[in-house]
Design a binder for this molecule. Sequence first.
Ligand SMILES: [Zn+2]
Ligand SMILES: [Zn+2]
Length: 144
Amino acid sequence: METFVELLKTHNLKVTQQRLEILRYVESHLTHPTADEIFQSLTKKYPSLSKTTIYNTLETLTNAGIIQRLTICPTEHRYDFNHDMHHHFICKQCGKIFDIHFTCPNVETIEKDILKDGHRIEEVHGYFRGKCKDCLNKEGVKNG
Ligand SMILES: [Zn+2]
Ligand SMILES: [Zn+2]
């Protein structure tokens, strides 16, 4: 909890119970939860917590760059703690999202080009879609 307090302070954000709880949730659930999942879980502990508060807090934390909002899933936003730059692979079948850790070989080239114009890249999002191992296995059983 201490580190989260520090984290909020570094970003000039007021330290509130809600912010700390949401941060802790996102940081400990690396399954890329939706706002709804976060709400369902936290409302058990904090019944007075409203959905609006969850949405607003997620918005604030996203804007500060502490967490990231993934738009990989067309129907709902997912949230991820911003540990380091990584990309995402979504299974079209079961909707599970996996982290992919690799440095895109194009980034350096793109960055050089963009820096030339005086811009700065702060985020890189790579979205990959396909079928996960589990779903492929299940299909394999069905087909053969
Ligand atoms: Zn799957
Ligand atoms: Zn992730």
